[in-house]
Structures are given as C-alpha cells and as structure tokens.
Design a protein around this ligand. Structure first.
Ligand code: CO
Length: 500
C-alpha cells in the first residue's frame, strides 16, 4: 500500500499545481498570458489523467483490491486504508469509463458554448443559445449512459458532485422543502420589510477590506496556511491542507456582499485546512462532497455571520470603520436590515429564505432536460412560470431569467442541488452543534470563535471523505438529512425579524 500511495501522492501533487495555476489565473495572471495558461493546464490535466488510468496504475491497484468485485486483497489494513482503496477503485472505474475522445469533445464543446452563452446573455437572445444547449444536453445524456445508472440518467451526473445522491432522493428531500419555503415566502411578503437603505451607500473599498480582515483575525484563521485576495467572483481552493486560497469581491455600494463572501469562502477554507493531511494523496484527504463543502461555507456565512450575537460583537467595530454610514443606525436595525428577505430574479443576489427556491427551479429543469421530458426550447416558459409560482415575480428578459447562470453551458448538470443541500446540511449540523454548545450565542457575542472551529474540525473536517455525506449526516446528529432543521431555523428566525 505504501508504494502505491507514493505514486498517488505524486498525482495529487501534480493536480495541486493545476489548482494553483487556476487560482493564479483568477487573481494575479496578466491578461496576455491566457493562451499559454490554457496550454499549461491542458498539459498537466492530460498527465494527471494518464497517471490515473495507466496500466502501471491498474496493476498496482489490483494487487490491493480486486477491481471487478471490490474485494480487498491487501492484508493488515486499518479501516481508513480500506476505505481509501474502495474510493480509489471507484475513481479508477469512473476515470476509465469515459474515453479520452469523449472527454476532449466535452471540453471543446462546453468551452465553445460558454462563449456563445456570454453573448446570448448580453443580447438577451435565448434562441441563439438553444441549439448549442441542446448539444450540451445530448453530450450529458451520453455521459450518463457511459457512466451508467439504475433509475434516472440524472443519477449518474449528480453522483459526480454528491456521491450516492440520486434524483429520487433529491425529490424526496426537496418536495417538502419547496412547500415549506413557498408558504414562508408568502407569509413574509405580507409583512413590512425591514429598513435596509443604509446598506446601499458608498463604503470605501480599502475600508471594506480592512474590516473583512479584522473579522478574519478574530476568527483566527491560519494566515500562515491561507491567503485572501480579490477576484471577479469570490471562490476558494485547497491546494493542500497547508495552502488554501480564497477570494472576495468588493462591491463599493454594498459592503455585506464582500463581508458575507469572506465568511462564506473562509468556511470553505477552514474545511480544506482541516482535512486529514496524513492521508494526502488518497481520497480520504478530500471533501466528503460538494454539498458538505457548501454546508461549511453556509454555516459560517448564514448561521454565524447573519446571526444576532455575531453582530453584537462586530457591529461596534464596523461602526468604527464606517462612522459616516452607520453611526445613526442601531444594532437592531442593522441586524434586521442584513436579513431582509427580498424576492429577486437573480439567484446570487437572493437571501436565505428564497435561495433554495432558485435552486429547486434549476433542479426540476435540468432533471427534466436530462430525462428527456423537457425540450430545451421550452425552458424560458417553464422558468418564468415557476418563478411566478415560487416568488410571485416573472423575469422581463431571459438574461435575468433562464440565461443568468453559466452552469448549463459549462456542462455542470447535476451541480445545482449541492447548493441547496449545503443549506440543509448546515442546519442539520447546527442542530448537533447547538446541543454541544447551548451557550454559543453568549460566546459568539463575546467574540469567541475557537469553539466553533474546534467542533467543526472534530465532527466534520477531520474525517475527510472517510464517511459519505449520508453517513456523516447520520454520524453527527443520529438522523438522516431532511428539510426540517432548515425550515425550523428559518421560521423561528424570520418570525422574530418580521414581528412588527
Ligand atoms: Co460556496
């Protein structure tokens, strides 16, 4: 096993260089380097693929685990090593199923269609995009067929982001979520929305960055192993548990966007920093799933960062940094303002209550496209009708409707549900966290955060991919994931905020 892991460590290191190049491309790279950068990434990607699918690799792996049956052949392995082999085998089977000609065709088509999408969105021209989206759907269906599935072709695609998740399981979780959220939205829409105009004035760029860093210092995120930069879209990547990069985007007229994105990306980064580096080079040192990853970011962004005690601590500091904007705004007004529920057409601008409805809309559409029950040409109609049903608003243009996200053109079908799952997992985990730390609100109000980081590290991060997301959810709370914890949290929180 040792010699095998020496090899896989090399492959992981090579992959980590691709991650670093991608980070550089989004943050530091001069524009003129775009072409050489794609060649660099393409070369390294093909080397990684070659290493993971070579005869040598297969021979080394099959000495440890029978590739056909999954029977473990190596002796004296502990449970973690056994699990690593099971995951190595799953990866190997998946990596060798898709022929490299298909991978190339998929990459070429999605990159072309992404450019067509950019223009179609600019011109609000869905008709010019539709035939190209049809190609992406056909390729995705082909991908699902090659990967294999039992019930829905969607299962094969979602598994790539959320292992073991299926369309049927998602429908079971999302249906009651949809009903609960719809009735909560209707209820809140009848009440007066909190005042929040003070959040939309000029907050100088440098001061926003200064305040964001004050928060990070207080959270005591390890600056020797991570760094914050700026980029067009906020993101975070783990190069290694000792090297994590994350970014924010400063919007001069809306500071909460950058503050909350710093907390969101810091949540992702803490997960990457907490992965078990002892198992670097094996799947154990990876995130359990994208949904679990998103739960860590939403835990910090919403459950902590949009909570009252968090601002009991930070609001006086924020008033010091932005006296002109906030000196006459009370803590209560500020807290209610940052939590105002706004029905917007745009997913990335939406609030905690409406966010998942934007995802459920996309899930229904992409599932129907892949299962062949919806034609690409009918997307705008279904999109607009569902928006009306969910939020009571209809997009005037497709640019602010079905053309708003890049995901379909990139071929990322099956990705959207992980955003909603992230919210559900965050609340699911929070219910166990609250039991372990019944005084969390008093501690957070005092500016203490170490106990939260420790709880997340010990209960979630340190396990890496040893447990699947389903197993992890059960291990942490004793129960499988459902919509309940999330809906209870939202109802209690917003009943209080919208009391008057
Ligand atoms: Co995220």
């Amino acid at each position: 096993m040792k010699t095998f892991i020496e090899k896989t460590k090399n492959t992981a290191t090579l992959s980590s260089i691709i991650t670093l190049l991608n980070w550089d491309q989004e943050t530091m790279m001069p524009e003129g380097a775009a072409s050489i950068r794609s060649s660099q990434i393409a070369l390294l990607s093909s080397l990684v693929h070659e290493q993971k699918t070579s005869k040598d690799y297969r021979n080394a792996l099959k000495k440890l685990i029978d590739i056909d049956s999954g029977t473990i052949l190596a002796n004296n392995l502990n449970d973690i090593e056994k699990k690593a082999l099971i995951l190595f085998r799953k990866d190997y089977i998946e990596n060798t199923k898709l022929p490299s000609s298909f991978i190339q065709e998929f990459a070429k088509t999605t990159s072309e269609v992404t450019n067509i999408w950019i223009k179609a969105k600019q011109d609000n021209d869905f008709a010019s995009f539709a035939p190209h989206l049809e190609k992406i759907i056909a390729l995705s269906q082909k991908k699902a067929d090659i990967l294999g599935y039992e019930n829905s072709p969607y299962d094969a695609l979602v598994d790539g982001y959320e292992p073991d998740m299926t369309a049927a399981k998602l429908t079971k979780i999302f249906s009651p979520l949809e009903k609960g959220l719809q009735s909560l939205v209707k209820e809140l829409q009848q009440k007066a929305s909190p005042r929040d105009a003070f959040l939309y004035s000029n907050y100088p760029h440098d001061k926003q960055l200064l305040f964001g860093n004050q928060i990070l210092d207080k959270l005591n995120i390890d600056r020797k192993k991570s760094r914050l930069d700026e980029s067009v879209h906020p993101f975070s990547v783990g190069i290694h548990p000792t090297d994590v990069r994350y970014t924010t985007k400063i919007s001069p007229n809306f500071p909460m966007s950058s503050i909350l994105s710093i907390l969101h990306e810091a949540g992702h980064s803490l997960y990457e920093l907490g992965l078990p580096s002892k198992y670097y080079g094996t799947p154990i040192c990876e995130a359990a799933s994208l949904g679990i990853h998103e739960s860590q970011s939403r835990f910090w962004e919403t459950r902590i960062g949009k909570s009252y005690p968090f601002w009991q601590h930070f609001y006086p500091l924020m008033q010091d940094v932005f006296p002109k904007n906030l000196e006459s705004v009370s803590l209560d007004t500020f807290y209610k303002g940052i939590n105002a529920v706004k029905t917007t057409l745009i997913r990335v601008d939406s609030d905690e209550v409406t966010y998942c409805l934007h995802i459920l809309l996309r899930f229904e559409i992409e599932k129907a496209l892949i299962e062949g029950t919806l034609s690409v040409y009918d997307i705008p109609k279904v999109w607009n009708e569902t928006m009306q049903k969910f939020l009571g608003i209809t997009p005037k243009t497709d640019a602010e409707g079905c053309l708003q996200d890049v995901h379909f053109s990139c071929g990322l079908i099956g990705y959207f549900p992980t955003y909603a799952l992230g919210n559900l997992y965050a609340s699911h985990f929070f219910s166990a966290f609250e039991i372990a730390h019944p005084n969390w609100e008093q501690n957070v109000a005092k500016g203490e955060f170490e106990f939260i980081k420790k709880w997340l590290l010990e209960n979630i991060h340190c396990h890496g991919k040893y447990y699947s997301s389903e197993e992890l959810a059960k291990k942490v709370t004793g129960k499988p994931i459902s919509e309940k914890a999330y809906l209870n949290y939202l109802t209690n929180k917003f009943d209080r905020i919208y009391l008057h």
